[in-house]
Design a protein around this ligand. Structure first.
Ligand SMILES: Cc1cc2nc3c(=O)[nH]c(=O)nc-3n(C[C@H](O)[C@H](O)[C@H](O)COP(=O)(O)OP(=O)(O)OC[C@H]3O[C@@H](n4cnc5c(N)ncnc54)[C@H](O)[C@@H]3O)c2cc1C
Length: 222
């Protein structure tokens, strides 16, 4: 099992780590071949062809007999996007139980609003990056110090957290099967998805590639 920690946003804070996994490429083949009462211990060429066939024809169920659990640290807006992927299990740190640390995602490069896609952003080479950074970081300082002030007054954590911005880091477990992960990667490691969640999807793909190398070779070659 890979225990490498990935830092998708290159800030040494946002991270993705595999906690546990069950299953491998042979499990996909075996669950498909059970129809014929067959079982393999290692992958041969005909098994790779079977995996390719299953993927191409969207025979999804053989990809469900496995599991991957990730520990993820991500800005709240990424968590919110990730949470939409319902065919998975999810547990998150509670800002009611614990005081939230002063950990915020600060973009290294600010992007511009796209003019032809209301959801998207584009390269911001002509943006005043330093000025944007100053506005952003100043408001984070104010928000966090006011959060602390409310806590010092005795205000409940569950109310004081209302001041914390979308870029506040949060931590969660996310468990899914490979079918669900492939669906997530297809949607989120995609140019239409926000750049930040794309980086998380790429990291999760790298991790999953080590566990299901043949499946990902077929996906990457097609
Ligand atoms: C680029 C992008 C932009 C987005 N923008 C928005 C947005 O502006 N606003 C917004 O609200 N969301 C947005 N989303 C979220 C999107 O609508 C989905 O909620 C998210 O991508 C999860 O996809 P899913 O439902 O297929 O995945 P999952 O929830 O993991 O479900 C996987 C599959 O299971 C099946 N399934 C699950 N639940 C049901 C059900 N109740 N009924 C029938 N079948 C089910 C479906 O086949 C589904 O594809 C966006 C997503 C992307 C990738």
């Amino acid at each position: 099992m890979t225990n490498k920690i990935y830092y998708p946003l290159n800030d040494n804070t946002g991270s993705v780590q595999l906690i546990q996994s069950v299953g491998d490429d042979t499990g996909i083949v075996n669950s498909a071949r059970v129809s014929f009462g067959k079982r393999i211990d290692s992958i041969e060429d005909k098994d790779k062809k079977l995996i390719k066939y299953l993927l191409e024809h969207e025979h999804g169920t053989p990809f469900e007999h496995n599991s991957l659990s990730f520990l993820i640290k991500a800005p709240l807006f990424v968590v919110q996007q990730h949470l939409r992927h319902r065919i998975s299990s999810f547990n998150q740190i509670s800002a009611r139980y614990v005081e939230i640390k002063e950990e915020f995602y600060i973009p290294q490069n600010f992007r511009k609003q796209s003019t032809n896609n209301r959801q998207a952003s584009i390269e911001g080479n002509d943006l005043e990056n330093e000025k944007a950074n100053l506005i952003y970081t100043e408001s984070l300082k104010v928000a966090y110090s006011k959060y602390q002030e409310l806590l010092s007054l005795g205000v409940a954590r569950e109310q004081a957290r209302g001041l914390l911005p979308h870029c506040t880091y949060s931590e969660y477990y996310w468990t899914c099967n490979l079918r669900s992960l492939l669906h997530f990667i297809k949607l989120r490691d995609h140019a239409n998805a926000q750049w930040e969640i794309q980086q998380y999807a790429k990291a999760m793909k790298e991790i999953a590639k080590e566990i299901f190398p043949e499946t990902f070779k077929i996906i990457d070659n097609n």
